[in-house]
Design a protein around this ligand. Structure first.
Ligand code: PLP
Length: 422
């Protein structure tokens, strides 16, 4: 679309769309986008923004990667979608095998869904029915952590940080789980052990985002935390669920965070970068131990779940193409280079007034402020600098595409420094 083209659709539609995480009475009109390419978002007036957050952590290869585009186009020609119950297609079956191999350990079974929250709900359902199928009654609760984010649906909100998940506001509606602090040291481990002992009769699983709690505040923890959780899960015969919807596919430096931590879960969830940011898709991977509890002559022991768009062929074709790119392009070296550059270029922010912390892990760069940021004016300032960065709470962060150029990344870090300095 040429610059200055008709934006009638924007003003008319603005009266009808209901936007995410927004007080509609005061929300700014969103910036109209007409195209994307690489790390660039092209606005209707012709301006280009460098995307610092890869569209909520999805577009890890940059936008419109030709290999993914070709795969989706070829799939569209022959079959965009076919139901998954009773019918099979190559993109999903090939993807299941590839994801099982990529995850490793004995995470051999893949259940496809269409969003991260639903993948987490499926993980919860697996963990609860695992007990039911084994004749253990009353064990339907999860142990999750302060600072966690596992989704926005009602079941997953209940696993989030109590404040972020608005547990008080939705009291009576949300199921109550056990929410604890991450065991960061031996004292933390002792406290968590006591919590588990108190609730063991009703617990089935521990769920955690490994290495980075994302939307709950970009909070990092050491691999030792996950090793403690694995040991406690084994000691008390609990399942361990890793929600890698944010951390998966190279974001922390390793292919999966569980690989970096050398701790394997019993259930793993993936989404966000799974299709390289092109189509919605999610997966819940189960270990043999979990799957075996459903393997039975009793029909009631089956997992009764099946989203309409399960295993969507277009999305699976995109995901297979995205996995190809991790094999053929130097993503891990790119993440290492981004990491070093973020470390060097965000560090000066530490000296700015109002900055509490600067931290980097893999291709995640975080500037934590000492109070919640005023999002709207900050975002307006970022757009003036030609960058797309969307802070939340007291967190200003970068999670760029792994294909971003050093110059583009410098523009992003300079925009953060200049904007926070004002
Ligand atoms: C984004 C996210 C989810 C929810 O995924 P949706 O696709 O938005 O439902 C769940 N867990 C984690 C760790 C996430 O980052």
């Amino acid at each position: 679309m040429p610059a200055g083209a008709d934006l009638d659709w924007l003003t008319r539609g603005f009266g009808h769309v209901w936007l995410p995480y927004a007080q509609m009475k005061h929300v700014d009109m969103p910036a109209p986008v007409v195209a994307t390419a690489g790390s660039r978002i092209v606005l209707a007036d012709g301006r280009e923004l460098i995307d610092g957050i890869a569209s909520w952590w999805t577009a890890c290869h940059g936008y419109n990667h030709p290999h993914i585009r070709a795969a989706v186009q070829a799939q569209l020609e022959c079959m965009p979608h076919v139901m998954f119950g009773g019918l099979a297609h190559e993109p999903a079956y090939r993807l299941a095998e590839r994801l099982a191999k990529l995850a490793g350990g004995d995470l051999t079974r893949v259940f496809f869904t269409d969003s991260g929250s639903v993948a987490v709900e499926v993980a919860m359902k697996m963990a609860v029915q695992y007990r039911i199928n084994r004749g253990e009654t009353g064990r339907h609760k999860m142990l999750s952590f302060r600072g966690a984010y596992h989704g926005d649906t009602i079941a997953t909100m209940a696993l989030c940080d109590p404040e972020e998940g608005m547990h008080a506001m939705f009291r009576g509606l949300l199921p109550e789980h056990v929410i604890a602090d991450l065991p960061r040291d031996e004292a933390g481990e002792a406290a968590l052990r006591a919590t588990i002992e108190r609730h063991l009769h009703e617990l089935t699983a521990i769920i955690v985002e490994p290495l980075v709690q994302g939307a709950g505040g970009m909070l990092f923890h050491e691999a030792g935390v996950l090793q403690r959780l694995r040991a406690l899960a084994d000691e008390f015969d609990l399942l361990l669920i890793f929600d890698e919807i944010f951390t998966g596919f190279g974001r922390t430096g390793a292919t999966l965070a569980c690989h970096a931590a050398t701790v394997m879960p019993d259930i793993l969830t993936l989404s966000k970068a799974l299709t390289g940011g092109t189509l919605p898709l999610a997966a819940t991977l189960a270990s043999n131990r979990v799957f075996d509890a459903f393997w039975s002559d009793d029909p009631a022991h089956a997992l009764m779940h099946g989203p309409t768009y399960m295993g969507n062929a277009l999305a699976c074709a995109a995901a297979n193409a995205s996995l190809d790119l991790f094999e053929t392009e130097p993503r891990h070296q790119q993440v290492a280079a981004i990491s070093a550059q973020l470390r060097a270029e965000l560090e000066p922010c530490r000296a700015l007034p109002g900055v509490l912390d600067v931290r980097v892990l893999g291709a995640i760069g975080v500037v934590e402020l000492d109070r919640p940021a005023e999002r709207a004016p900050l975002m307006r300032a970022f757009i003036e600098h030609g960058v797309w960065i969307r802070p939340f709470g007291n967190i200003v962060y970068l999670t760029p595409a792994f294909t971003i150029s050093p110059d583009e990344l410098s523009t992003l870090t300079a925009a953060i420094h200049a904007t926070l300095a004002r």
